[in-house]
Design a protein around this ligand. Sequence first.
Ligand SMILES: Cc1cc2nc3c(=O)[nH]c(=O)nc-3n(C[C@H](O)[C@H](O)[C@H](O)COP(=O)(O)OP(=O)(O)OC[C@H]3O[C@@H](n4cnc5c(N)ncnc54)[C@H](O)[C@@H]3O)c2cc1C
Length: 441
Amino acid sequence: MSTVHIVGGGLAGLAAALALTARGRRVSLYEAGPACGGRARSYDDKQLGCRIDNGNHLLLSANDTVFRYLDAIGARDTLVGPGKPVFPFHDLADDTHWSLRLSRGRIPWWVLNRRSRVPGMTLGEMSGLVRMLKAGPDATVSQCLRPGALADRLMVPLSVSVLNTRPEAGSAALMGRVMRESMAKGGDACVPWFPAEGLSESLVDPAVALLRRRGAEIRTGCRVAALEPAQGRVGALMLPEGRRNLEPGDSVVLALPAQSVRDVAAIVLPELIVPDAFESILNLHYRADVLDRITGDLRLARFAGVIGGVTEWVFVKPGILSVTVSAANHLAERASAELAETIWREVRAVVLPYLRRNDQALLPETTPPHRLVREKRATFAATPAQEKLRPESRTRLSNLVLAGDWTATGLPATIEGAMRSGLAAAGVLCAARTGSVAFQS
Ligand SMILES: Cc1cc2nc3c(=O)[nH]c(=O)nc-3n(C[C@H](O)[C@H](O)[C@H](O)COP(=O)(O)OP(=O)(O)OC[C@H]3O[C@@H](n4cnc5c(N)ncnc54)[C@H](O)[C@@H]3O)c2cc1C
């Protein structure tokens, strides 16, 4: 039987492997890191003495592909969330907090209700959302939004975290696509979810276990240095131990990050163009055990959006308060210790109102033990110019396909996009119609 060699064990590579093994294909997967997961992984942090994720990841119920993947690996119930479309927010500028409560159906009744909508927004601002849904390829998010509270308190923070790009540069068409698949379908498509324990426990380890049960060869700590050509096809992989020649029916899925794919494919596909501008994401994990003590909507959602400071999202996890700052290139020069102190002050301001007076000592004024993770190339910059550099899965070599969140998925760099790219790559190799490739047989 021929083998599909998958290079890269992130969520795109794992999704491709699941889809291919579901069709009975033999798979060998090569991952350079010590474990699979790539940019969505958990690890034991010695400094904090606990397990953390490299960064907080939020999913929406609209992420169909992710939920089908979770069903296939039996991990849907490892996610937690409020169970309804509720998003608590805190504005540090005037110390107000509120919750956005989307109505469940398609008609946005929530905009008419002061207790559900963004404080200070006007109905006229909704025209900015309509503009975003219809945006052309060169428009930016800022060019579509109408100035006002809806932009400042919802759409700008949302677009920064969805696109990982500032609104002045972010592609309105990409944001519009995400909105069409979520907000425009109503609140039922916008229920937030995230892993209760960790990214690896939810998305990676059960997938690797299932792949092994299906007979896949999974090699971690195995960096593929290059692909070698043979008669217009990929003929061999350069592995740490030497060349692995491909059999005549074998094929290759390159499921690498954009920044490494050109090096690995340099000999077989020298003309390959991929996104080449990136944005970082900063995560700060603080040791603080408040999950059982918080009240109100923060207890329900376990996360809150934050405006008017450096912090963008705070997640309340077992033993950890964890902060995400997206589009963080502008923070590259800021000293880690100073950022940790500034962000801790913000976290206290956000979380203290949800703690009873007796529990407030759980958040001391002094910054607790913490870990700062800067993912320097977290995603490609989702600008109109970078969008034009995203290639399709199929390449001119009949036995080589591409996968990864940076390929032309039509979505920004997200888990949903990465998994769709894995399905698309598997579909090309199986000559299957889009939509007919699945994670389970
Ligand atoms: C901090 C952070 C927060 C995020 N938040 C969200 C979120 O809230 N919601 C969301 O949907 N998405 C989020 N994302 C995006 C999401 O994590 C990515 O889109 C997704 O994980 C990308 O998967 P991938 O498989 O395309 O790439 P990767 O995860 O980069 O996988 C590529 C794999 O290839 C391996 N590799 C590299 N070179 C080689 C080689 N030569 N040989 C073999 N293996 C190699 C790498 O080690 C890696 O495991 C976030 C990303 C980050 C970094």
